[in-house]
Write a new protein. Structure first.
Length: 83
């Protein structure tokens, strides 16, 4: 659990949408779920933009979760009450 995102070469400390899309293609992954707060959702959007630019057949689904409850358009996210 300390190496989150390791097969896609992503995680805290770095994000490269081009490399991640390369890896998704290499692994034949066509669906990605991201779970996190504002930063994660912004990164998911950047990944979506890169995948769309390449015409990749991949679905990128962002699941909002934040202990800060700071995600727009949501009254409450899971993780907030348990923090």
């Amino acid at each position: 659990h300390m190496k989150g995102g390791s097969i896609l070469k992503a995680g805290r400390g770095g994000f490269d949408a081009e490399k991640i899309c390369d890896r998704l293609g290499q692994l034949g992954i066509n669906m990605v779920f991201t779970v996190g707060g504002d930063g994660t959702q912004a990164a998911s959007h950047m990944l979506y933009v890169e995948a769309k630019k390449r015409g990749m057949p991949v679905s990128i689904i962002g699941v909002p979760k934040s202990i800060d409850n700071d995600i727009l358009f949501f009254d409450k996210t899971f993780g907030f009450d348990s923090a």
